[in-house]
Design a protein around this ligand. Structure first.
Ligand code: F6R
Ligand code: MG
Ligand code: MG
Length: 367
């Protein structure tokens, strides 16, 4: 039996701005999925969590990737949650549901999706990541380091199971006519992979495969909301699934690069640069509508049944990292709007500044 692991997430409204969904909203999504997914036999198991203002539905089933019934279940659960958000007057109620009606697959409709299908190993540990106030390129550097660098992944030197390296599938997310992808192999294509992944807004790791076994190792939601809506409707806030141990990096090797707190796009109004802070599950958002955050839940799945999540960033070590990342956030904020502290025009969440520049342009004179 092949197990499908799927996570579908959306921002459908939150308390006090873009901080946290309400308990009632989360309870509604949970009871909808339980009643219409689990109890009807569509799902084998599920878990609901939130990271900042985004609600994620993690699901297991046997129907394969992109299954219409599963995607519709998640879409309808978000519609039900949106009703609660509207009733409570939450900010941004239903904001990630960009289309009026469901049409086969939530991809391209607003919610972020990451799915993988595999034959379960006798023990099947994996990590589920959810980020808020940033875009899918935020995972580029951590994935590059976890799957190619012996500085973070000692197993690349020590474990025969990883000796052949990994295949990266990288997507050009600026291309909207279809999925424009390239496949590159680590270690031989390392410099080419780096050359693409340096551009977090254009090239995004879509998936990673073990070259030894051919098995799927990691998958990322590649949705860029502004490419769907034609304008900014919020940051993409990507999710990611990573299988760990055995032919894959160890849990700690995948987590290791998250101690950098590398600077990513997002933060206030989705228009700034901020360090990615590893946070506990169900964390809220705060300083300057950020900083950009990422949570990591570790699970094992067996015959499609999930264990309870273990919170991978809930450990004293990560408190130390959070303090360092707070310092990095404060430092870049000290230069306010200047230079690299804000994103280039194409990535700003608001059209207002473009209008302003047009107006000012007309006032220029040439001496
Ligand atoms: C992401 C997020 C931000 C907002 C952005 C726009 O979760 O909350 O990217 O989408 O700050 O906010 P409003 O709607 O307040 O203009
Ligand atoms: Mg938001
Ligand atoms: Mg969000």
């Amino acid at each position: 039996m092949k197990t499908t692991l799927a996570v579908i997430k959306a921002d459908i409204g939150s308390i006090g701005g873009h901080i946290v969904p309400s308990r009632q909203l989360i309870a509604e999504v949970e009871s909808y999925v339980k009643k219409n997914g689990l109890e009807k036999g569509l799902l084998l198991d599920f878990n609901i969590s939130h990271t900042g203002d985004d609600v994620a539905i993690l699901m297991t089933h046997t129907k394969g990737k992109g299954n219409e019934e599963i995607h519709k279940l998640a879409w309808d659960a978000f519609i039900a949650g949106t009703e609660v958000a509207k009733k409570q007057g939450l900010y941004g109620a239903g904001q990630d549901l960009l289309k009026d009606s469901f049409s086969g697959n939530v991809k391209g409709m607003g919610p972020a999706v990451a799915e993988m299908e595999f034959e379960e190993r006798p023990n099947e540990p994996f990590l589920f990541f959810a980020a808020d106030k940033t875009d899918p390129g935020a995972y580029n550097l951590p994935l590059f380091l976890a799957f190619t660098s012996p500085m973070h992944n000692a197993g690349l030197m020590l474990s025969p199971a990883m000796k052949d390296g990994f295949k990266f599938v990288i997507m050009d997310v600026a291309y909207t006519e279809g999925d424009r992808i390239i496949e590159l192999n680590a270690p031989e294509d390392l410099y080419d992979i780096a050359a693409l992944l340096r551009d977090n807004q254009r090239f995004v790791v879509e998936s990673v495969y073990s070259r030894g076994t051919g098995d799927i190792a990691a998958t990322v939601s590649t949705t860029r909301l502004h490419n769907i809506a034609g304008k900014y409707t919020g940051k993409d806030d990507p999710v990611m699934l990573v299988r760990v141990q055995g032919a894959f990096p160890a849990t700690g090797e995948v987590l290791s690069p998250f101690n950098i707190g590398h600077y990513v796009a997002g933060f206030m109004r989705g228009s700034h640069t901020g360090p990615l802070m590893p946070v506990k599950r169900n964390s809220t958002i705060s300083y300057f509508d950020g900083p950009p955050v990422v949570s990591s839940s570790a699970y094992c799945v067996h015959n499609g049944l999930l264990t309870e999540p273990a919170d991978a960033f809930d450990h004293p070590y990560w408190d130390y990292v959070r303090t360092n990342v707070s310092r990095k956030a404060t430092e870049i904020r000290q230069q306010g709007f200047s230079g690299l502290a804000m994103l280039p025009y194409g990535e700003l969440e608001y059209g207002g500044i473009v209008e302003k520049m047009k107006k000012l342009d007309g006032k220029f004179t040439v001496r």
